[in-house]
Design a protein around this ligand. Structure first.
Ligand SMILES: Cc1ncc(COP(=O)(O)O)c(C=O)c1O
Length: 460
């Protein structure tokens, strides 16, 4: 437990004031605590974070604090760090500086990474760019999406995808997320419902965006078939899922175009950066026309490429660790957390039979940028995130759902209960926690159980 009550002041009509002492090291402190102007203590790395006053809202809050003290954990959960600080990354960057390749427009570092990524993903040509968001915009521009065109996407998706469609003057057409009946219960996949995609057909539709989110894979076989039947472009958003496979084929190889992100804390991280995969020659040529003027118009930097290379080398290894932890959470933790529902890993609920050639023995491998589950209510979600973070668990909300966007901004296909549920009740755990090695899985399990008990005790 990291909160320690130091001194209690008289209750006032504004609530109780409690002085709290954060026991975390300053650099790990998640309170966003600023050093108070009148506090002489320096905020040193390795030292404690600052004492500060917090106003409690009254007896209810005080009761929660008391309950949280009962469910005490001696040490916060320690997540592996990300982005990685590997010596191999340092070496690659030093080498880029030594050779001068870091300071060139058409650096060989960019070309060699494009080639290696295309080999790894068994895809068509790849062009690196400045972000996953720019990659989607370029993909839509390659498809010549214009005003009066429509683009289908899930109401629960990275909100920037909706914005990018709007930015090009086109109209987003929203479909619900997928729900499958698995092992006697409904499980949600935060990916576009293929039946609703087919039902969304209109003469104006030109493209479909399918994102693989939170370790769950869109039903790419079904979506590609629907797109081919209607002559639509399929754009696969693989920003969260690099390294995953569906029936033995790499994620990113199913769409006419696909996008990757190396931004922020992604599975491969360079602070910012992205890529567009063109699995169609005509589109690859258009992409060149958009980017080369004659310098690269949305470039990634050579130093970012240097930092990405070693991470690409270790991607499969680390995805295996993440998947082991995700499997552990599913089988050994969430089985016991009755009303917390884990997302399903696939939108495809086809029975796996040996006679079905499309399912055969070819491997399906998830890639988890996040691990998600639904809490019973929005209020519970707030408690889970707030207390989980204080315990050192890297938790957050999923995306907001666009299902409530006004009818002027988009066309909607029926009601969207699953997207709404995801927008209101989804908790996501960052992949840093999934990098926990198997010998520390028990600590993760104990933290999750403690979190569950705490949230139930405060009636969340
Ligand atoms: C599914 C998805 N698509 C696109 C993006 C945008 O990537 P970037 O941050 O590199 O613009 C993100 C970022 O989180 C994402 O999760």
């Amino acid at each position: 437990m990291i909160w320690k009550v130091k001194k209690r002041h008289k209750p006032s009509n504004q609530g109780w004031r409690v002085k709290i002492d954060c026991q975390q090291r300053a650099e790990n402190c998640s309170h966003g605590a600023k050093k108070p102007a009148n506090d002489p203590m320096p905020r040193l790395p390795g030292g404690p974070c600052h004492h500060r006053f917090r106003r409690h809202n009254g007896p209810l809050r005080a009761l929660k604090t008391l309950i949280s003290r009962i469910f005490v954990q001696s040490m916060p959960f320690q997540c592996p760090t990300w982005p990685p600080d590997w010596p191999s990354i340092e070496l690659a960057i030093q080498e880029a500086i030594r050779t001068g390749q870091w300071g060139q427009y058409h650096s060989p570092l960019i070309k060699s990474l494009q080639k290696r990524l295309a080999e790894y993903l068994k895809s068509g040509p790849i062009r690196l760019c400045c972000s996953g968001t720019a990659a989607l915009e370029l993909a839509l521009r390659c498809c010549r999406i214009r005003e009066t065109d429509e683009v289908i996407l899930a109401a629960y998706d990275f909100p920037g995808n909706f914005r990018t469609v709007e930015l090009l003057g086109a109209k987003p057409v929203l479909v619900d997320a997928t729900s499958n009946f698995i092992a006697g219960r409904h499980a949600i996949s935060p990916t576009p419902d293929a039946e609703q995609v087919a039902a969304a057909a209109s003469p104006s539709v030109r493209a479909v965006i399918a994102s693989h989110l939170h370790g769950s894979q869109a039903d790419m076989h079904a979506l590609r078939q629907i797109c081919d039947e209607h002559g639509w472009f399929l754009i696969e958003d693989a920003c969260q899922a690099i390294g995953g496979q569906i029936d033995g084929e790499p994620i990113g190889s199913f769409g006419h175009l696909a996008t990757l992100s190396f931004g922020g804390s992604k599975l491969i991280s360079a602070g910012s950066g992205g890529a567009i995969i063109a699995n169609d020659q005509r589109l690859a040529a258009r992409l060149g026309g958009l980017l080369d003027r004659p310098g690269d118009t949305f470039p990634i930097g050579p130093l970012q490429c240097a930092a990405i290379q070693p991470q690409l080398q270790r991607l499969d290894e680390l995805n295996r660790v993440r998947n082991l932890t995700a499997e552990f959470l599913r089988k050994n933790v969430f089985q016991e957390l009755a009303d917390w529902e884990v997302l399903t890993t696939s939108a495809n609920s086809r029975p796996q039979t040996p006679d079905d050639p499309s399912t055969s023995t070819r491997s399906t491998i998830a890639a988890h940028y996040k691990f998600g589950w639904l809490t019973p209510s929005n209020e519970t979600r707030q408690h889970v995130i707030e207390h989980g973070r204080a315990m050192g668990l890297p938790l957050g909300e999923g995306f907001r759902s666009m299902s409530s966007a006004s009818a002027k901004r988009c066309r909607k296909i029926g009601s969207m209960p699953h997207a709404e549920t995801l927008g209101e009740r989804l908790v996501v755990m960052d992949h840093r926690a999934l990098l926990t090695p198997p010998e520390h899985h028990d600590e993760l399990r104990d933290s999750m159980h403690e979190l569950y008990r705490y949230v139930n005790a405060i009636g969340g």
